[in-house]
Design a protein around this ligand. Structure first.
Ligand code: GLA
Length: 425
């Protein structure tokens, strides 16, 4: 646990705040410890995860972090350095007391309660903790601040449970992918959004200089180098956050399930000899040929949704092949196409995201751009030649405020490491 790890700044910030936030003389079990986990960008493969498809995320150099000390009782007290607020819940009676305790907590603390509850469900024994939470993942902005918080919470639980469970290999405890699945369920029960596994898996699996291709059906994954020389990943935040994001997310997921069920019916009827049709359970299973042949029979909305998902899955696999030959110009083209699909067929974009993508398109040296994450606000991801970063910044500063009535924030992200934990030295 105390191997030479680089401790991210937000973990050190949380550690410095701990004695100020918790100064009431609790008898702690041990010295303070820290835990952290990164946010992510997704190069391509949006809204494909819950369709059993493919995603290609990169964990970034932004983290959510905990610094805390273990308690002898079953109390969890948290101080959020972002919200400047405390929250408290009890391990007693979980998971049965989850729903009641959730209602009494602010949104950010519900994610932590969710993780703790799902760890209990997985058979893990935990003890209480006092902890400060800090971080530098933009909140609610499409870089998965909630997944970073969840995975950091799991890392904190592993540290403060003092060896009762570990995160590493199957033999030694929970694998990173098992932790991702626990955190995905935590997100679902905390927020009511039926999210896929993209964000939590990206955070759990992050490695410096690498993107990770995840098959969201088998949960197999493989790393690909993402250390493009002279290229930057620029994330531009619209400054927009919309409630719609949660409700429409669940609607999209339902539409995909409906489209799958209808296509399965149609294919089984038209191709009685096609045994494979019986095992169609997700849009992943519909080939482009089948969609071209039968898609027109779907209601218009479902046709657009399914068409987008099927094309996006193919774009992920194309991007993987292009990464292997470092063909970044072509990858950029796939990003523009992905955005067009998210805007016109999947209908999860918004004016501000479209405006940022349009501005980026006019800047020479921007290879591609698209909205990132669930949609309805948040960020765009831009694949940019280094020399075009400054012109892009200037174009956004000049054109975005008059066209949207807002200011955008611009960040350059790097493919960085994954989650971790450490005792304070
Ligand atoms: C959100 C969800 C993910 C994924 C993306 C869209 O970030 O949490 O599971 O579905 O939207 O790709």
């Amino acid at each position: 646990m105390n191997k030479a790890v680089t401790i991210p700044q937000p973990a050190l910030t949380a550690l410095a705040q701990f004695p100020i936030a918790f100064s009431d003389g609790v008898d702690y079990t041990a010295a303070p410890g820290m835990a952290w986990a990164p946010g992510r960008v997704n190069l391509i493969g949006e809204h494909t995860d819950y369709n059993d498809g493919f995603v290609l995320p990169i964990a970034v150099d932004r983290v959510a972090a905990f610094a805390g000390r273990g308690r002898r009782d079953g109390v969890v007290r948290l101080w959020s350095s972002h919200y400047k607020a405390y929250a408290e819940f009890s391990l007693a009676g979980l998971p049965a007391t989850f729903a009641r305790q959730r209602e009494a907590l602010p949104g950010w603390a519900r994610y932590v309660l969710g993780v703790v509850t799902e760890l209990v469900n997985a058979g893990v024994t935990l003890s209480g903790v006092d902890a400060v939470i800090a971080g530098d993942v933009p909140l609610g902005g499409g870089m998965s601040s909630s997944a970073a918080l969840e995975v950091a919470a799991a890392q904190a639980c592993a540290l403060f449970s003092r060896g009762k469970f570990t995160i590493g290999t199957e033999a030694a405890g929970l694998t990173p992918m098992q932790v991702a699945a626990i955190c995905q369920r935590a997100e679902q029960i905390a927020s009511g959004v039926r999210c896929g596994i993209l964000d939590q898996a990206a955070s759990c699996l992050g490695q410096p200089g690498r993107a990770v291709l995840i098959d969201c059906r088998s949960l197999e994954y493989r790393y690909l180098p993402f250390d493009a020389p002279n290229l930057s990943l620029v994330v531009i935040d619209t400054g927009v956050r919309r409630e719609l994001a949660s409700s429409e997310y669940n609607v999209r997921r339902q539409e995909c399930e409906d489209a799958t069920a209808l296509l399965r019916e149609i294919i089984m009827q038209r191709e009685p000899g096609n045994e494979a049709a019986r095992s169609i359970t997700a849009l992943r299973d519909i080939t482009r040929e089948q969609f071209n042949r039968y898609g027109a029979e779907l209601p218009a909305t479902l046709r657009r949704r399914a068409g987008y998902v099927i094309a996006e899955n193919a774009r992920v696999l194309q991007t993987v092949r292009l990464l292997e030959t470092a063909s970044f110009e072509e990858i950029g083209m796939l990003l523009w196409l992905s955005h067009a699909g998210l805007r016109d067929e999947y209908e999860v974009s918004c004016d501000e995201l479209d405006t940022l993508v349009m501005i980026a398109k006019q800047v020479e040296g921007v290879l591609g751009a698209r909205m990132l994450g669930g949609g309805f606000g948040g960020c765009t991801i831009n694949l940019v030649r280094d020399e075009a970063v400054e012109p892009l910044r200037q174009a956004v500063e000049r054109e975005y405020p008059p066209r949207s009535g807002r200011n955008a924030t611009i960040d350059i992200c790097r493919a960085s490491g994954g989650p971790g934990n450490a005792w304070a030295r």
